[in-house]
Design a binder for this molecule. Structure first.
Ligand SMILES: Cc1cc2nc3c(=O)[nH]c(=O)nc-3n(C[C@H](O)[C@H](O)[C@H](O)COP(=O)(O)OP(=O)(O)OC[C@H]3O[C@@H](n4cnc5c(N)ncnc54)[C@H](O)[C@@H]3O)c2cc1C
Length: 326
Protein backbone atom coordinates (compact mmCIF):
# COMPACT_ATOMS: atom_id res chain seq x y z
CA UNK A 1 0.00 0.00 0.00
CA UNK A 2 1.37 3.43 -0.86
CA UNK A 3 1.76 5.69 2.18
CA UNK A 4 -0.92 8.19 1.15
CA UNK A 5 -3.53 5.57 0.27
CA UNK A 6 -6.65 6.25 2.32
CA UNK A 7 -5.98 9.99 2.71
CA UNK A 8 -8.77 12.37 1.68
CA UNK A 9 -6.79 13.42 -1.39
CA UNK A 10 -6.20 9.91 -2.65
CA UNK A 11 -8.80 9.81 -5.41
CA UNK A 12 -8.19 13.39 -6.49
CA UNK A 13 -6.53 14.31 -9.71
CA UNK A 14 -3.89 16.99 -10.07
CA UNK A 15 -6.08 18.62 -12.79
CA UNK A 16 -3.23 19.67 -15.02
CA UNK A 17 -4.15 21.34 -18.30
CA UNK A 18 -3.05 19.83 -21.61
CA UNK A 19 -0.12 21.58 -23.22
CA UNK A 20 1.63 21.46 -26.58
CA UNK A 21 4.94 21.75 -24.73
CA UNK A 22 7.00 19.07 -22.95
CA UNK A 23 6.18 18.78 -19.27
CA UNK A 24 8.96 19.31 -16.71
CA UNK A 25 7.93 18.27 -13.22
CA UNK A 26 10.00 19.71 -10.36
CA UNK A 27 9.63 18.13 -6.90
CA UNK A 28 10.53 20.67 -4.20
CA UNK A 29 10.32 24.46 -4.12
CA UNK A 30 13.40 25.05 -1.99
CA UNK A 31 16.42 27.03 -3.19
CA UNK A 32 17.14 24.63 -6.06
CA UNK A 33 13.63 23.84 -7.34
CA UNK A 34 12.38 27.41 -7.04
CA UNK A 35 15.36 28.81 -8.93
CA UNK A 36 14.99 26.28 -11.72
CA UNK A 37 11.25 27.00 -12.05
CA UNK A 38 12.03 30.74 -12.24
CA UNK A 39 14.63 30.11 -14.97
CA UNK A 40 12.05 28.12 -16.94
CA UNK A 41 9.30 30.74 -16.53
CA UNK A 42 7.72 31.83 -19.80
CA UNK A 43 9.82 29.33 -21.78
CA UNK A 44 8.37 26.66 -24.15
CA UNK A 45 7.76 24.04 -21.43
CA UNK A 46 4.90 23.23 -19.14
CA UNK A 47 6.49 23.42 -15.69
CA UNK A 48 4.74 21.65 -12.81
CA UNK A 49 6.25 22.64 -9.47
CA UNK A 50 5.25 20.50 -6.50
CA UNK A 51 5.91 21.04 -2.80
CA UNK A 52 4.32 19.70 0.37
CA UNK A 53 4.19 23.29 1.65
CA UNK A 54 2.68 26.23 -0.20
CA UNK A 55 5.44 28.50 1.09
CA UNK A 56 9.18 28.71 0.56
CA UNK A 57 11.38 28.79 3.67
CA UNK A 58 14.65 30.74 3.72
CA UNK A 59 16.73 28.30 5.74
CA UNK A 60 19.82 30.47 6.37
CA UNK A 61 17.73 32.63 8.71
CA UNK A 62 16.09 29.85 10.75
CA UNK A 63 18.43 30.63 13.61
CA UNK A 64 17.11 34.22 13.74
CA UNK A 65 13.55 32.90 14.17
CA UNK A 66 14.77 30.42 16.80
CA UNK A 67 16.43 33.20 18.81
CA UNK A 68 13.54 35.66 18.45
CA UNK A 69 15.47 37.99 16.12
CA UNK A 70 12.94 37.65 13.28
CA UNK A 71 9.26 36.73 12.89
CA UNK A 72 8.51 33.55 10.87
CA UNK A 73 6.74 35.63 8.22
CA UNK A 74 10.01 37.47 7.54
CA UNK A 75 11.67 34.32 6.21
CA UNK A 76 8.85 32.48 4.45
CA UNK A 77 6.77 33.55 1.47
CA UNK A 78 4.04 32.03 -0.71
CA UNK A 79 5.35 30.02 -3.66
CA UNK A 80 2.41 30.97 -5.89
CA UNK A 81 3.26 34.67 -5.58
CA UNK A 82 6.66 34.09 -7.21
CA UNK A 83 4.91 32.90 -10.39
CA UNK A 84 2.20 35.54 -10.78
CA UNK A 85 3.65 36.64 -14.10
CA UNK A 86 4.69 33.19 -15.35
CA UNK A 87 2.19 31.74 -17.80
CA UNK A 88 3.68 28.24 -17.93
CA UNK A 89 4.37 27.39 -14.27
CA UNK A 90 1.71 25.42 -12.40
CA UNK A 91 2.06 24.86 -8.68
CA UNK A 92 0.53 21.90 -6.83
CA UNK A 93 0.51 21.50 -3.06
CA UNK A 94 1.26 17.80 -2.72
CA UNK A 95 3.58 15.25 -1.25
CA UNK A 96 5.39 13.06 -3.75
CA UNK A 97 5.59 9.46 -2.63
CA UNK A 98 6.86 7.38 -5.53
CA UNK A 99 8.54 7.74 -8.92
CA UNK A 100 7.62 5.15 -11.55
CA UNK A 101 10.70 5.42 -13.73
CA UNK A 102 9.35 3.05 -16.42
CA UNK A 103 5.95 4.71 -16.83
CA UNK A 104 7.51 8.19 -16.34
CA UNK A 105 4.94 9.14 -13.73
CA UNK A 106 5.01 10.19 -10.10
CA UNK A 107 2.52 9.18 -7.42
CA UNK A 108 1.50 12.14 -5.32
CA UNK A 109 -1.06 12.90 -2.62
CA UNK A 110 -3.17 14.57 -5.35
CA UNK A 111 -2.90 11.73 -7.85
CA UNK A 112 -0.60 10.51 -10.57
CA UNK A 113 1.34 13.01 -12.68
CA UNK A 114 3.13 12.13 -15.92
CA UNK A 115 6.38 13.82 -16.87
CA UNK A 116 8.66 14.22 -19.85
CA UNK A 117 11.51 15.36 -17.60
CA UNK A 118 11.58 15.06 -13.83
CA UNK A 119 13.73 17.12 -11.47
CA UNK A 120 14.14 15.92 -7.89
CA UNK A 121 14.90 18.88 -5.59
CA UNK A 122 13.64 17.55 -2.26
CA UNK A 123 16.56 18.78 -0.14
CA UNK A 124 17.79 17.09 3.01
CA UNK A 125 16.59 16.17 6.50
CA UNK A 126 18.30 16.14 9.88
CA UNK A 127 20.65 13.18 10.34
CA UNK A 128 20.61 11.65 13.82
CA UNK A 129 22.92 8.82 12.70
CA UNK A 130 20.33 6.22 13.81
CA UNK A 131 20.36 7.44 17.43
CA UNK A 132 16.63 7.28 18.19
CA UNK A 133 17.04 8.57 21.75
CA UNK A 134 18.69 11.76 20.53
CA UNK A 135 16.07 12.07 17.77
CA UNK A 136 13.32 11.89 20.38
CA UNK A 137 14.71 14.58 22.68
CA UNK A 138 16.89 16.92 20.60
CA UNK A 139 15.73 20.03 18.74
CA UNK A 140 16.45 20.09 15.00
CA UNK A 141 16.39 23.23 12.84
CA UNK A 142 15.23 22.28 9.34
CA UNK A 143 11.95 24.20 9.15
CA UNK A 144 10.30 27.39 10.41
CA UNK A 145 8.13 25.22 12.65
CA UNK A 146 11.19 23.57 14.23
CA UNK A 147 12.81 26.98 14.72
CA UNK A 148 9.69 28.14 16.58
CA UNK A 149 9.72 24.98 18.70
CA UNK A 150 13.30 25.83 19.65
CA UNK A 151 12.33 29.38 20.59
CA UNK A 152 9.42 28.07 22.68
CA UNK A 153 11.63 25.52 24.44
CA UNK A 154 14.17 28.21 25.39
CA UNK A 155 11.42 30.48 26.75
CA UNK A 156 9.72 27.61 28.62
CA UNK A 157 13.07 26.78 30.22
CA UNK A 158 13.50 30.40 31.37
CA UNK A 159 10.01 30.28 32.90
CA UNK A 160 10.93 27.01 34.65
CA UNK A 161 14.25 28.48 35.83
CA UNK A 162 12.35 31.34 37.52
CA UNK A 163 10.43 28.95 39.74
CA UNK A 164 13.11 26.30 40.29
CA UNK A 165 13.61 25.25 43.89
CA UNK A 166 17.32 24.44 43.63
CA UNK A 167 20.29 26.22 42.11
CA UNK A 168 21.23 22.99 40.28
CA UNK A 169 17.81 22.75 38.61
CA UNK A 170 17.90 26.46 37.68
CA UNK A 171 21.30 26.09 36.02
CA UNK A 172 20.12 23.04 34.06
CA UNK A 173 17.20 25.07 32.70
CA UNK A 174 19.58 27.91 31.81
CA UNK A 175 22.02 25.64 29.97
CA UNK A 176 21.78 25.21 26.19
CA UNK A 177 23.84 22.70 24.27
CA UNK A 178 24.46 22.99 20.55
CA UNK A 179 25.82 19.82 18.96
CA UNK A 180 27.69 20.21 15.68
CA UNK A 181 30.30 22.88 14.97
CA UNK A 182 29.57 23.33 11.26
CA UNK A 183 28.18 26.61 9.86
CA UNK A 184 24.70 26.06 11.36
CA UNK A 185 25.88 25.17 14.88
CA UNK A 186 28.44 27.96 14.90
CA UNK A 187 25.89 30.52 13.71
CA UNK A 188 23.16 29.47 16.15
CA UNK A 189 25.62 29.52 19.09
CA UNK A 190 26.53 33.11 18.30
CA UNK A 191 22.86 34.07 17.98
CA UNK A 192 22.08 32.39 21.32
CA UNK A 193 24.83 34.36 23.00
CA UNK A 194 23.28 37.59 21.65
CA UNK A 195 19.87 36.42 22.88
CA UNK A 196 21.44 35.85 26.31
CA UNK A 197 22.95 39.34 26.39
CA UNK A 198 20.34 41.53 24.72
CA UNK A 199 16.93 39.81 24.72
CA UNK A 200 16.41 37.51 27.69
CA UNK A 201 17.56 39.85 30.52
CA UNK A 202 14.83 42.35 29.54
CA UNK A 203 12.10 39.69 29.79
CA UNK A 204 13.51 37.89 32.84
CA UNK A 205 15.07 40.56 35.10
CA UNK A 206 14.75 38.20 38.08
CA UNK A 207 17.21 35.72 36.56
CA UNK A 208 21.00 36.00 36.87
CA UNK A 209 22.21 35.55 33.30
CA UNK A 210 25.83 35.09 34.37
CA UNK A 211 24.56 31.60 35.26
CA UNK A 212 23.30 30.90 31.74
CA UNK A 213 25.66 28.60 29.80
CA UNK A 214 25.81 28.00 26.06
CA UNK A 215 27.96 25.04 25.02
CA UNK A 216 29.00 24.23 21.47
CA UNK A 217 30.18 20.64 21.10
CA UNK A 218 31.94 19.30 18.02
CA UNK A 219 33.64 15.93 17.60
CA UNK A 220 36.06 16.48 14.71
CA UNK A 221 38.71 18.50 16.58
CA UNK A 222 37.84 21.89 15.07
CA UNK A 223 34.92 24.15 14.29
CA UNK A 224 33.94 24.72 10.65
CA UNK A 225 35.75 21.56 9.62
CA UNK A 226 36.19 21.76 5.86
CA UNK A 227 36.95 25.48 5.92
CA UNK A 228 40.44 26.95 6.40
CA UNK A 229 42.23 26.68 9.76
CA UNK A 230 42.16 30.49 9.87
CA UNK A 231 38.34 30.47 9.71
CA UNK A 232 38.07 27.67 12.29
CA UNK A 233 40.35 29.47 14.74
CA UNK A 234 38.61 32.82 14.20
CA UNK A 235 35.16 31.26 14.77
CA UNK A 236 36.31 29.61 18.00
CA UNK A 237 37.93 32.85 19.19
CA UNK A 238 34.87 34.98 18.41
CA UNK A 239 32.49 32.54 20.10
CA UNK A 240 34.70 32.22 23.18
CA UNK A 241 34.83 36.03 23.41
CA UNK A 242 31.02 36.01 23.25
CA UNK A 243 30.89 33.64 26.22
CA UNK A 244 30.14 30.39 24.34
CA UNK A 245 31.90 27.38 25.86
CA UNK A 246 33.42 25.61 22.86
CA UNK A 247 34.60 22.00 23.06
CA UNK A 248 35.73 20.80 19.65
CA UNK A 249 36.65 17.26 20.75
CA UNK A 250 33.40 16.13 22.35
CA UNK A 251 31.38 13.26 20.93
CA UNK A 252 27.80 13.24 22.22
CA UNK A 253 26.55 9.69 22.73
CA UNK A 254 23.19 10.07 24.42
CA UNK A 255 20.59 12.54 25.67
CA UNK A 256 17.57 11.46 27.72
CA UNK A 257 15.96 14.91 27.81
CA UNK A 258 17.79 15.95 31.00
CA UNK A 259 21.37 14.67 30.82
CA UNK A 260 23.81 14.63 27.93
CA UNK A 261 26.48 11.96 28.06
CA UNK A 262 29.65 12.16 26.03
CA UNK A 263 31.89 9.35 24.80
CA UNK A 264 34.53 10.14 27.46
CA UNK A 265 31.85 9.74 30.15
CA UNK A 266 31.45 13.46 30.90
CA UNK A 267 27.88 14.59 31.52
CA UNK A 268 26.03 17.90 31.32
CA UNK A 269 22.57 18.72 32.67
CA UNK A 270 20.27 20.52 30.24
CA UNK A 271 16.73 20.48 28.85
CA UNK A 272 17.72 22.08 25.54
CA UNK A 273 19.92 20.21 23.10
CA UNK A 274 20.06 21.68 19.61
CA UNK A 275 21.11 19.12 16.99
CA UNK A 276 23.10 20.64 14.14
CA UNK A 277 25.38 17.64 13.62
CA UNK A 278 24.42 16.60 10.13
CA UNK A 279 21.95 16.23 7.31
CA UNK A 280 20.96 13.34 5.08
CA UNK A 281 19.20 13.14 1.77
CA UNK A 282 15.64 11.90 1.80
CA UNK A 283 15.10 10.56 -1.71
CA UNK A 284 11.66 9.74 -3.05
CA UNK A 285 11.11 5.99 -3.51
CA UNK A 286 11.51 4.55 -7.00
CA UNK A 287 15.13 5.48 -7.70
CA UNK A 288 17.37 2.41 -8.04
CA UNK A 289 18.92 1.75 -4.61
CA UNK A 290 22.37 1.41 -6.24
CA UNK A 291 22.15 5.11 -7.07
CA UNK A 292 21.52 6.22 -3.52
CA UNK A 293 24.49 6.78 -1.21
CA UNK A 294 24.40 5.74 2.48
CA UNK A 295 23.84 9.43 3.35
CA UNK A 296 20.66 9.40 1.21
CA UNK A 297 22.07 11.50 -1.63
CA UNK A 298 21.23 10.58 -5.21
CA UNK A 299 24.15 10.00 -7.58
CA UNK A 300 24.13 12.09 -10.76
CA UNK A 301 26.46 12.71 -13.67
CA UNK A 302 28.03 16.10 -14.34
CA UNK A 303 24.74 17.28 -15.91
CA UNK A 304 22.75 16.37 -12.77
CA UNK A 305 21.13 13.46 -14.59
CA UNK A 306 20.43 10.60 -12.17
CA UNK A 307 22.70 7.68 -13.08
CA UNK A 308 20.66 4.93 -14.77
CA UNK A 309 17.54 7.10 -15.12
CA UNK A 310 17.42 9.13 -18.37
CA UNK A 311 15.10 12.17 -18.16
CA UNK A 312 15.35 12.27 -14.36
CA UNK A 313 17.59 14.86 -12.71
CA UNK A 314 18.53 15.66 -9.12
CA UNK A 315 19.63 19.12 -7.97
CA UNK A 316 20.42 20.91 -4.69
CA UNK A 317 21.15 19.14 -1.39
CA UNK A 318 19.74 15.79 -2.56
CA UNK A 319 22.23 15.51 -5.43
CA UNK A 320 25.68 13.98 -5.32
CA UNK A 321 27.45 14.84 -8.55
CA UNK A 322 29.93 12.13 -9.53
CA UNK A 323 32.96 13.59 -11.26
CA UNK A 324 34.95 10.83 -12.95
CA UNK A 325 38.01 13.11 -13.16
CA UNK A 326 38.30 13.19 -9.34
C1 LIG B 1 19.85 26.61 9.65
C2 LIG B 1 20.43 26.56 8.25
C3 LIG B 1 21.28 27.57 7.82
C4 LIG B 1 21.80 27.53 6.53
N1 LIG B 1 22.64 28.56 6.13
C5 LIG B 1 23.11 28.56 4.86
C6 LIG B 1 23.91 29.65 4.38
O1 LIG B 1 24.20 30.60 5.12
N2 LIG B 1 24.37 29.60 3.11
C7 LIG B 1 24.06 28.54 2.27
O2 LIG B 1 24.49 28.53 1.11
N3 LIG B 1 23.31 27.52 2.69
C8 LIG B 1 22.82 27.50 3.96
N4 LIG B 1 22.04 26.46 4.39
C9 LIG B 1 21.81 25.33 3.46
C10 LIG B 1 20.75 25.68 2.43
O3 LIG B 1 19.60 26.20 3.05
C11 LIG B 1 20.46 24.41 1.64
O4 LIG B 1 21.66 24.02 1.00
C12 LIG B 1 19.35 24.65 0.62
O5 LIG B 1 18.15 25.01 1.26
C13 LIG B 1 19.15 23.38 -0.19
O6 LIG B 1 18.21 23.67 -1.17
P1 LIG B 1 17.34 22.50 -1.83
O7 LIG B 1 16.45 23.18 -2.81
O8 LIG B 1 18.21 21.40 -2.25
O9 LIG B 1 16.46 21.93 -0.62
P2 LIG B 1 15.42 22.68 0.36
O10 LIG B 1 15.67 24.15 0.37
O11 LIG B 1 15.50 21.93 1.65
O12 LIG B 1 14.01 22.43 -0.34
C14 LIG B 1 13.45 21.17 -0.47
C15 LIG B 1 11.96 21.35 -0.72
O13 LIG B 1 11.41 20.11 -1.08
C16 LIG B 1 10.15 19.92 -0.44
N5 LIG B 1 9.95 18.46 -0.34
C17 LIG B 1 10.77 17.56 0.23
N6 LIG B 1 10.29 16.31 0.07
C18 LIG B 1 9.14 16.44 -0.62
C19 LIG B 1 8.18 15.49 -1.11
N7 LIG B 1 8.34 14.18 -0.95
N8 LIG B 1 7.10 15.96 -1.75
C20 LIG B 1 6.91 17.30 -1.96
N9 LIG B 1 7.81 18.23 -1.53
C21 LIG B 1 8.91 17.79 -0.88
C22 LIG B 1 10.33 20.61 0.91
O14 LIG B 1 9.08 20.99 1.46
C23 LIG B 1 11.19 21.82 0.51
O15 LIG B 1 10.42 22.95 0.19
C24 LIG B 1 21.49 26.46 5.66
C25 LIG B 1 20.64 25.44 6.09
C26 LIG B 1 20.11 25.49 7.37
C27 LIG B 1 19.18 24.38 7.83
Amino acid sequence: MLPFEGSIFYYMSAHLPNSQYPRIVIIGAGFAGLRLAKKLSNKPFQVVLIDRNNFHQFQPLFYQVATAGLAPSAISFPIRKVFHSANNVIFRLASVEYIDTNKKTIQTSVGEIAFDKLVIAVGADTNYFNNSQIEQHALPMKSVQESLQMRNRILECMEAALISESEEDREAYMTILVVGGGPTGTEVSGALSEMKRYVLPKDYPELDFSKMAIHLLEASGKLLNGMSSKSSEAAERFLSDMGVKVNSSALVESFDGKTVTMKDGKQLKTHTLIWAAGIKGNPVKGIQPDNILPNGRVKTNLFNEVIGHPDIYAIGDIAFIEDPSL
